[in-house]
Ligand binder design. Sequence first.
Ligand code: ADP
Length: 167
Amino acid sequence: MRVTAIYPGTFDPMTVGHIDVARRASKMFDDVIVAVAASTSKSPFFSLEERVEMATGILSDLDNVTVQSFGGLLVEYAKEAGSKVIVRGLRAISDFEYEVQIAGVNRHMAPDIETVFIAAAQEYTFLSSSIVREIARLHGDVSEFVHPIVIESFTRRHDRALHEGNV
Ligand code: ADP
């Protein structure tokens, strides 16, 4: 039986930390769906379409990884996708409390779906999408933290803002 895992997140934008988790998940499971959450309550910087497009380009070298978008409850999406495994990345104790809480709620709603945690690589434990957005907003160099595709998207955004006189 093939095991499909879902790696959900907002990916606003995808960082090298996320890429590392997706890459490692792709070695552990037959298929991995990177599920980009609409996360409307977070008011993401990049649109859902942009986040999906970036993630698709970034992960295109991983044959068993596909990128999709979803809204609503993750466990419902997982059931529809025929997946019994949810992958989440853990950076520090600060992630732990929230992640275990979510995993508990998901298990309550869907007892046959397991959450698997992948520990962040040591060099990426400090890295988050919000830190990358903040550095980019202040015109700092984020090239160590994200794929060139993300840099292009930031540049496009910046150029558009300049054009519209919002900078
Ligand atoms: P969410 O809004 O669901 O928290 P994120 O896009 O912020 O989505 O993160 C998705 C998942 O990736 C989460 O499990 C998060 O803990 C994990 N993650 C975020 N940054 C890193 C990183 N630098 N290394 C490993 N995992 C990470």
